[in-house]
Design a protein around this ligand. Structure first.
Ligand code: FES
Ligand SMILES: [Fe+2]
Length: 547
């Protein structure tokens, strides 16, 4: 069933109403004047000739089935095996009972703090930590802050679209860096293998008979055919479909067909070139560089400590969706590294909640953290909250999360502080993985599409907990979406798909703009875009280029 949406604009009160066929009626508050627009942003008729493109997209763009418009982080495993219908659990994203918050826009003039300039909606995280009801439970690493100094900075636009940068990324990043290949439950049993592709490179990640995981190049050592075109289960030998050369699961040579015709070649073909493997929290990471340091060193102790208590290895794949996008992988990725864009990109979210002005950005080497604390409802609309009210909300969020987890998994989370129970932080691990914290379930990955710097693949994994005394739910089937499919074409992402459509609506236009822009640089801010600045520090270092 189509949802015929009708909502006020959060900053102006102008009404946006779906008319069907992807058309939107836009009517000014307190006026009869209106205009009709297509959801893609084109004015069609009427006196009102301007409209917010992201609001048009939200109101009449591609949409979810009504029963899937629920919060992705509160769905129980049973909703996905069809045991209980979607509509049977609460959590409608745009709950009709919730009041809409409209307030006219006003500039956030900022405030100077000991750490530097922050939003007027910023409260020091230490205030919440000092008032935590279980301070003894907080892992010490979670109390650390580390803001990257300097900024705003300029970044040259060349890196987002020039082939020479893509080619250098292959050599300096994709062949040299730890990167997430798959989840362990994608290769649960001996002989299960995952074809991991990055740029034009291809690897086989293989569960061995002894339960360990090994990985090697997915390329036949005779005339170079890929050994496997797609992932699969229960293999005993990798036999090339071209002339039948074969290798064992560990990559050692099994047979050269008509070997009498290849005297002296056995030694060269003895082993498929291996790559390093590291298992962490249910993720399988690989690094093609045999000289690379350990994964633990790469991610660092601070990052590891942030995930330890949440049991990430005990998460099943609730959704697994990939989509082709007409923009460089870094352009897409950077759309998910700050909350600064909420005011323009996610107007519908502001209707229900704030502008996320109290997001805290900290960086620890290859890992970045954006933690969320209760904040004034919406400082850019003059809706403020006192410190006491914010603390009440801090407790309310913690209690709500504990109740939700108890309902979903039976766990009472007695040894969790209020801090650990806050809405998960949106974290990133260089170069291309976003493993969100807490129970947000989100894990994004961003990859170039083959050798084309103008295109990328974005993957969304939702990693969900389930009751520990029950068998691990079967991982969701991998769904692949094309360039012109909306994320809402994957209803298993629930309300996240509608939000991600807004983020991804912008990025092809960012990519085009970057190629056209003069002068050829863009800006990243001192604080709110600090995680992106940190990415570029790491990127420059890996690429061996000047910042
Ligand atoms: S290319 Fe693989 S056996 Fe010939
Ligand atoms: Fe967003």
């Amino acid at each position: 069933m189509n949802i015929m949406r009708r909502e006020p604009h959060p900053l102006t009160g102008t009404t946006y109403e779906a008319l069907g066929d992807g058309k939107v009626k836009v009517q000014k508050e307190g006026s009869n004047a209106y205009g009709i627009f297509s959801w893609q942003g084109e004015w069609l008729e009427g006196e009102v000739t301007q409209a917010d493109p992201l609001m048009l997209l939200y109101i009449a763009g591609p949409d979810l089935p009504r029963d899937h418009e629920v919060m992705w982080m509160s769905a129980p495993a049973k909703a996905f095996d069809g045991t209980i219908p979607m509509e049977a659990f609460p959590g409608t994203h745009m709950d009709d009972m919730q009041p809409r918050i409209v307030g006219s826009y006003r500039p956030d003039k900022g405030q100077e703090t000991d750490e530097g300039w922050r939003s007027i909606g910023y409260f020091d995280p230490q205030y919440f930590i000092d008032n935590d009801r279980k301070p003894e439970c907080i892992p010490p690493e979670m109390k650390l802050t580390n803001t990257i100094s300097g900024g705003p900075i300029k970044v040259n636009t060349d890196r987002y679209w020039k082939q020479e940068y893509h080619d250098l990324e292959v050599e300096k990043i994709w062949k040299k860096t730890w990167q997430m290949a798959c989840r362990e439950d994608e290769i649960p049993n001996p002989g299960d293998y995952y074809v991991y592709e990055i740029a034009h490179l291809s690897y086989l990640v293989v569960r061995q008979a002894d339960g360990s995981v090994k990985a090697h190049q997915n390329v036949c050592l005779h005339r170079g055919r890929l050994l496997k075109d797609c992932s699969g289960r229960g293999e005993t030998v990798f036999r090339c479909p071209y002339h039948g050369w074969s290798w064992n699961l560990d990559g050692s040579l099994k047979e050269i067909t008509t070997e009498w015709d290849f005297p002296g070649v056995r030694e060269d073909a003895a082993q498929l070139p291996p790559v390093q493997v590291a298992l962490w929290e249910g993720f399988v990471f690989i690094n093609p560089d045999p000289e690379a340091g350990s994964f633990e060193e790469f991610i660092g102790p601070v990052a590891m400590a942030h995930y330890r208590k949440y049991g990430f290895e005990h998460r099943y794949i609730q959704a697994n969706v990939s989509k082709l996008i007409r923009a460089n992988w870094k352009v897409v990725m950077e759309a998910f590294m700050e909350a600064y864009h909420v005011i323009a990109t996610h107007p519908h979210q502001m209707l229900m909640s704030g502008d996320l002005s109290n997001s805290n950005y900290d960086v620890f080497g290859n890992w970045g953290r954006a933690s969320q604390f209760p904040a004034p409802g919406s400082p850019q609309r003059g809706i403020m909250m006192t410190k006491e009210e914010a603390l009440e909300q801090y407790y309310r969020v913690a209690d709500g999360q504990r109740g939700l987890m108890q309902a979903l998994t039976g766990e009472t989370l007695e040894d969790f502080s209020d801090l650990e129970l806050q809405g998960g932080s949106f974290n990133d691990l260089f170069p291309n993985l976003h493993p969100w914290g807490g129970w947000m379930r989100i894990c994004f990955r961003f990859r170039p599409n083959g050798s084309n710097p103008d295109e990328s693949i974005m993957d969304i994994y939702l990693l969900a907990p389930w009751p520990k005394d029950k068998p691990r739910p079967v991982p969701a089937k991998h769904r692949k979406l094309g360039f012109d499919d909306a994320w809402t074409a994957a209803p298993e992402l629930m309300s996240l798909s509608k939000i991600t459509d807004q983020d991804v609506f912008n990025v092809p236009s960012v990519h085009k703009g970057l190629k056209a822009k003069q002068p050829p640089h863009i800006w990243y801010s001192a604080y709110q875009e600090a995680k992106i600045r940190n990415f570029h520090v790491n990127y420059n270092k890996a690429m061996g280029i000047e910042g």
